[in-house]
Structures are given as C-alpha cells and as structure tokens.
Design a protein around this ligand. Structure first.
Ligand code: GFB
Length: 299
C-alpha cells in the first residue's frame, strides 16, 4: 500500500527514473539477491517501504514472521544500499515503535524510552532496528539515510482480509458487508476505547516526497507523519457506519485485544517545515468505502 502510493506520487511528479521490482523479481529476504540488485542498478535513492505488515491479530500471533522478515528486509536494504554506494535512503518506521505508555502526543525523542506494547513488539523491534541502522550508517559512514514514522495508515491497496487487516480496512469491510447483506450488527474487536490516528496513504506519500526534496542538512533523521487528531475505535466504527448507511448496532468483542491505549503522533516537526495532510478523515473513509465496494481492494 505505501510503496504503491509513493510510486503514484513520484510518477505524478515526474522527472525521475523509477525502479520498482515486484516480489517475484526481487525477494527482499534474499540477502545475496538484494546486494546484487543494488550493485547492478546503483540507484540515487532507495525508498524502503516494503515490510511484513498486519493488524493487531496478525502482529500478535505471527511474531517470528514479523520480527525475522522485517529485520531481514531492513538489514538487506540498508547495508546493501551502503555497499552499492547509494547516497540516500528513506526508511519507513511505524508509530507502534514508540513505548506503549509514553506521553501524548508522541515526539520523536521518545523512541527507546520505555517498554513496547506486547501485541506489536516483534514488529516494533524490527522497525526500531531499521531506524537505528539508518542512524548508524549516517554516523559511521556519513550516509544520508533517514526515517519516517507514520501513524496508522489506510487507502488504496489496503489489506481487507478479516483476520490480518488493520482496523480501518476491517471495519469498512464488516460495515459494507452488513449493509449489503441486510444485517443489523457488526462485531468490533476489543472495548472500542483505544484511540487511533488515521492518515490517508496518499498524504504519507506526499510527506515522503516532501522530505526527499529537502536538502539533507534541513531534514531530520526521524520525522513523525500523522493526521493530527485521533478518535476512539467506537467513533471510527460510527463514522464508517454513517458513511455506509449502516443503521444497526455495534457489538464489542472483549475476547480480542485492545492493544496500545493511545498513540497520537506529534507531527510538529514536519508541519513546521510546511507539510500538512490534505485528505480529511470523513473524505478518506468515503473514498475507501467506494474502493472496497468497487472491488478494487481485494489484494
Ligand atoms: O489497526 P489495528 O489492527 O492495530 O487495531 P493497532 C487497532 C484497534 O482497533 C485495536 C481494534 O484496539 C483493535 O482491537 N479493532 C476493532 C480491530 N475491530 C477490529 C477489527 O475488526 N480488526 C482489527 N484489526 N482491529 C497495529 C500494529 O496496531 O498498528 C502494527 O499491530 C502497526 O504493528 C499498525 O504498527 C500501524 O493500531 O493496535
């Protein structure tokens, strides 16, 4: 989802040759293949957007996969880029890399100041390793390798699988299916009380290009990119319900985990540089519902 959004934004901006191998063309878990690919292509910049991702249930139950694959992808790409002499690299982190109970809104300097949320610790550890790898190559080798820390994302190319998706895609699917099937109840995991911040992936892509276009000295090593406001999961379910014309009730399934109580990013750093999101939450939900209903979301 993120890689495709960045590619769309880069293609729209023009003026750059883009190399975007598919999973079949380049397996990022294969260290030798990644090193050879980067040495052969020698890009001016690498954007490390690929990752093993999923919602709270996938993160919690497939810890080995999330930790191993994301560590390998980060290590292969970052070290491979350095070996091939690639001067610039953008690494995508995730707001779940911050400590579970850190002050809100979350500032970049809170990284590594406390314990992680257990349901996403494996993924978070791998993302922290990637961020610190970028710092290490910058420190030891003077590389312009930097990280972007997005909040919860949604948009075209999202995963709508009921068990492995994130909450936005899951609730869009459940609500759309309930309306279609004339059902009057949707099941929402957890208590509905956790707060989340949702950013449309096209706004994240714009933020990435915005940072890439800056001079290295005016670009932070780590930059939060969030929407600026959060809502409870209950409020999200209600907003999606309104948008889809769902008039039934929400049932909260307490056997499912809540995860982090809150993770609102302080995006003051990138806002001070001049970026802000363009897609409002209601508009983003409306678009995503439309994409799901048109069937463009079954990947
Ligand atoms: O988006 P989500 O799966 O992940 O869940 P996290 C957010 C909240 O929505 C949790 C609740 O409190 C879920 O219990 N929720 C309610 C649901 N109904 C549903 C549903 O049908 N499906 C899902 N998936 N959730 C992820 C991390 O955490 O955030 C990842 O696990 C990643 O590492 C991502 O960083 C951004 O926001 O809790």
């Amino acid at each position: 989802m993120v890689g495709s959004a960045i590619l769309r934004a880069l293609a729209a901006a023009g003026g750059r040759e883009l190399i975007a191998p598919t999973r079949e063309e380049l397996d990022l878990l294969d260290q030798g293949a990644v090193f050879r690919f980067l040495a052969a292509t020698r890009p001016r910049c690498v954007i490390a957007a690929a990752a093993r991702v999923g919602g709270i249930h996938a993160n919690d139950t497939r810890r080995a996969e999330f930790l191993y694959e994301n560590l390998a992808i980060a290590a292969n790409l970052i070290h491979g880029a350095h070996q091939a002499g690639v001067p610039r690299l953008l690494f995508l982190g995730s707001s779940c890399a911050y400590p579970r109970d850190c002050p809100q809104p979350i500032r970049e300097e809170y990284l590594l100041t406390g314990p992680l949320e257990p349901t996403n610790e494996a993924y978070a550890v791998a993302k922290i390793a990637g961020i610190r790898l970028c710092d290490a190559y910058r420190h030891q080798h003077g590389r312009d390798y930097f990280s972007v820390m997005p909040t919860n994302l949604y948009g075209p190319g999202d995963n709508y699988d009921p068990e492995s998706s994130h909450v936005m895609a899951a609730l869009i699917r459940k609500t759309a299916e309930a309306v279609r099937g004339g059902r009057d109840e949707i099941v929402v995991w957890g208590s509905g009380a956790p707060r989340r911040e949702f950013l449309h992936v096209d706004d994240l892509a714009r933020a990435c290009l915005f940072l890439l276009d800056r001079s290295p000295s005016s670009r932070p090593a780590l930059t939060n990119v969030g929407y600026g406001e959060d809502i409870t999961i209950r409020e999200l379910a209600q907003l999606i319900g309104e948008s889809a014309g769902f008039r039934g009730t929400l049932r909260f399934d307490a056997s499912r985990p809540d995860g982090t109580p809150r993770k609102l990013l302080d995006s003051g750093r990138i806002r001070a540089l001049g970026w802000s999101p363009l897609v409002g939450l209601r508009e983003g939900i409306r678009r995503s519902l439309g994409e799901y209903l048109r069937g463009g979301a079954d990947d």
